[in-house]
Design a protein around this ligand. Sequence first.
Ligand code: FAD
Length: 285
Amino acid sequence: MNNRIKLSTVTTYKFGGYCDNFYELNTQDDLNRIESLTNFKKIFILGKGSNIAFSDKGYEGTVIRPNLNDIQYDSEIDEIKVESGYYLPNLARFYKKYSLENAEFLIGIPGSVGGAVKMNAGAYENEFSDIIKSVETYNLETCKFERFTKGELEFSYRNSENLKNKIVISVNLKATPGDPKKINKNLKSYIGYRKKTQPAGIYNAGSVFKNGINYSAGELIDKAGLKGYSVDGVKVSEKHANFFIAPKGSKAKSLYNLVSYVKEKVDAKYGISLEKEILFVGNFE
Ligand SMILES: Cc1cc2nc3c(=O)[nH]c(=O)nc-3n(C[C@H](O)[C@H](O)[C@H](O)COP(=O)(O)OP(=O)(O)OC[C@H]3O[C@@H](n4cnc5c(N)ncnc54)[C@H](O)[C@@H]3O)c2cc1C
């Protein structure tokens, strides 16, 4: 259960030095064994690593990755209970299999259910919180399970509250029967749209900056003439200016510098201070 691991192997950006305390939760029973972990001060909970860049210097604290993948559909109460390690595109496919609607937008988001709760992942005017009923967590401070209603997590654009030092264990989701044709059509159009507008492949973490109420971060970056701009190989995508691509072997620090540069330029040109959506974890100084 305890491993030294190179963090570049567990994120989509493929950045990160070593972590000496990497724990994978393969069953909920493993939680009993991590009680002792609560002595460790710095704990980072990792999903699929699709929204983060770990420092090249590694992570000094403990990383816990829930690898819990159970899913159950109860048609009597129109509810799905899914564990936090479940892969979002597979959740979209599970909904499709039972002709359930409103999860099609998850098809192109390569994260986990736990990460989608924390980030309130969304696309095409849908957010994960739209289908959440309640969330079960494990509190690392009290070593107790807790259940939160959707309201208690105060979801907003790419954000949730009250999850500090808590591992999302499972989520109860609305499972609304829908029209299979419409579900299929949505899935196809979302897949097609991503292919057309976003860079192919991995080595990125989706949108770098959050959009504002009145602006698209990608448009501002584009208009500032920064498409294709690069720092030590890490580059603003030519296809979508809010995606920054890191070729194999590049450094998280280069991404960090590129993000700072783009933020400065956009601020200078438009007086808008872009807010990061991706998370830098560890020491970047
Ligand atoms: C190609 C690509 C496209 C993307 N498109 C979108 C998009 O359209 N919309 C969108 O919203 N995002 C998008 N993303 C970003 C990312 O996939 C989402 O933010 C996703 O929800 C992150 O999930 P994760 O499991 O990878 O979380 P991670 O990146 O591992 O972690 C993200 C945050 O969630 C926390 N976390 C993860 N698991 C748990 C858990 N079990 N309990 C408590 N906290 C946890 C972490 O501590 C961290 O704070 C994209 C990323 C890529 C690479």
